[in-house]
Write a protein that binds this ligand. Sequence first.
Ligand code: GTQ
Length: 347
Amino acid sequence: MNDTAPAADRQAFYDRLAPHNLAPLWESLHSLVSRTPASAAVPAHWDYDGVVRPYIMESGALITAKEAERRVLILENPGMPGQASITPSLYAGLQLILPGEVAPAHRHTQSALRFIVEGRGAYTAVDGERALMQPGDFVITPSWSWHDHGNETATPMVWLDGLDIPILKLFSASFAEPANADSQSVTRPPGDSPARYGQNMLPVDWRPSGPASPVFSYPYARSREALATMARNGAPDACHGYKLRYVNPATGGHAMPTIGAFLQLLPAGFATAPYRATDGTIFSVVEGEGETLVGDITIRWKPRDVFVIPSWHRHTHRAGSEAVLFSFSDRPVQEALALWREERAQG
Ligand code: GTQ
């Protein structure tokens, strides 16, 4: 073979390789080892009130939470149809639980976060302790923790689920099991974990048993107040506005080892400087209206909408009114592997 071998000869060679489970690297080298990230995901936006909510409510009439086990509409990235992924590494869905329902207890090696979108007062129970949920609360169910969700209120409850399902799939490391009762027995009263681990103090002889945060509920009221105080007392970051990271108070690391989560405030009229990072990021709008420019796409968002910015897509946010955005990504994984990169402005 030389530089001038006819394409047909090469193809004939490839065809003879295939039955032996062999393939020529040189045909795919530059897409396998790209000069810059090439995500299969594309920027996408889900309009909650206009489009998604009616379908979620319709699902409530078709199947119970018990039969479904989890009654969720998956937010699937249009660049990755059929893959139950919002980015190549993360899954997102919107889960509905109606008054009187229980999503039965189970556990799995996937880590999950909940970000409350609608309704107030239903609970997620994690390892025997219930957290009552309000809009904007961030709740985690770490890998292998027992969890069930119940709604003893009079109104539907909807939250955004974020899980590392594609990461566990990549590693072929999924284990799951149901509990022997729909609702796990309550072994500690609500508020126990926040008292022990969430007051900038820790029980004196306590040692973490794993990487996940022992605080499994981060109420919106406290995070929102922190952002408001930051905004009163200092200048915003050019790329992020005022942005906080949810942490494991025992380590200062992310709340879970595979998913990082953030809450940011953008003052009315503020436009962020162009920014990109290697962690494709899912945003849930809590307050305010605005737009995000990514390439030649403009995503116009309002409260309860979800949108996704894939890896290495330069973007800017513009807040029409004061806005609060929740977001999550696989940043902790990339950081642990020393792969995470960002680029602020220019370029
Ligand atoms: O609540 O445990 O959206 O196991 C997907 C899988 C939620 C959950 C999802 C799950 C859950």
